[in-house]
Write a new protein. Structure first.
Length: 266
């Protein structure tokens, strides 16, 4: 197929995806595809499936739906999270998801006021590290704590002088570090953490949630250097508000939890 035909076909597909939710909002129409960088390895929120042409998960579903209410269709550049951020920062994409807002990145991107979703940041350890109460940040002082390279974490945790932080290339590598005893604890968002553990039956019972640092909010971080970044940040906020006002956001979240909540351990 000629390159031009591929581009026209892709434009039609993205328009069709947008119009799939646009029936809820008669004003929505396809106004051209906007490129957004999407995280490739954070199931069930945003992940690549071999053989699938589209990124999977809650985040791309919400992003498509919010933009569709404003007549904007999107296409996703599916990347490792660190590259996703870099593409947004350098203007290669209009934005990147899923990003938490911290003191260190607050000025780098344009942030829409309404979060895309929230998720717990859990503390995971070996069964022997379980305590009589859930652990919190103060319990990590003096401990070796594993984090995923390129991810964002609370500023208080990242700047604490007495918490030893060790980075791994992925959540999967982080889990292996914990099992091998190279760190005392690791930080994983709870639902993705449980999902990943269930994909590795050999680790059953070796890694457990022992506490949390709290709830994280996640955003589509918009580029300040992309020609459409600042404008689309405002457009996306209007789209999210429209989803909330129509009830479509709540319906999407209920369906998501019904599908994935059984996989979450107590």
């Amino acid at each position: 197929m000629a390159v031009g035909m591929v581009q026209r076909t892709w434009r039609w597909v993205t328009c069709a995806a947008a119009l799939g939710v646009a029936h809820l909002f008669p004003a929505a129409a396809c106004a051209g595809a906007l490129t957004i960088a999407a995280e490739d390895d954070w199931a069930p929120y945003s992940y690549r499936v071999e053989g699938a042409s589209e990124v999977q998960g809650l985040a791309p579903e919400l992003v498509r739906a919010a933009f569709a209410t404003q007549g904007v269709s999107v296409q996703f550049d599916v990347l490792p999270f660190s590259r996703c951020l870099l593409h947004a920062e350098r203007g290669k994409a209009a934005g990147c998801f899923n990003v938490t807002r911290t003191q260190s990145n607050a000025s780098q991107f344009c942030w829409h006021p309404t979060p895309l979703f929230t998720e717990e940041l859990g503390i995971f350890g070996r069964p022997s590290s379980r305590a009589t109460r859930p652990l919190a940040e103060q319990d990590l002082v003096g401990k070796r704590v594993g984090i995923t390279l390129g991810y964002t974490y609370p500023t208080s945790f990242m700047t604490h002088p007495r918490i030893q932080r060790f980075s791994a290339a992925s959540d999967g590598n982080l889990i292996q570090m914990l099992v091998a005893g190279r760190v005392d604890y690791i930080l994983l968002n709870t639902m993705p953490g449980y999902h990943r553990l269930q994909q590795q039956p050999a680790l059953a019972g070796q890694v457990v949630r022992v506490g949390a640092l709290g709830q994280d909010s996640f955003w589509l971080a918009f580029s300040k250097t992309h020609p459409e970044g600042l404008r689309m940040c405002d457009v996306f906020e209007r789209g999210l508000r429209a989803l909330h006002a129509s009830g479509a956001y709540d319906r999407t979240m209920r369906a998501f939890r019904q599908r994935w909540q059984p996989s979450v351990q107590p």
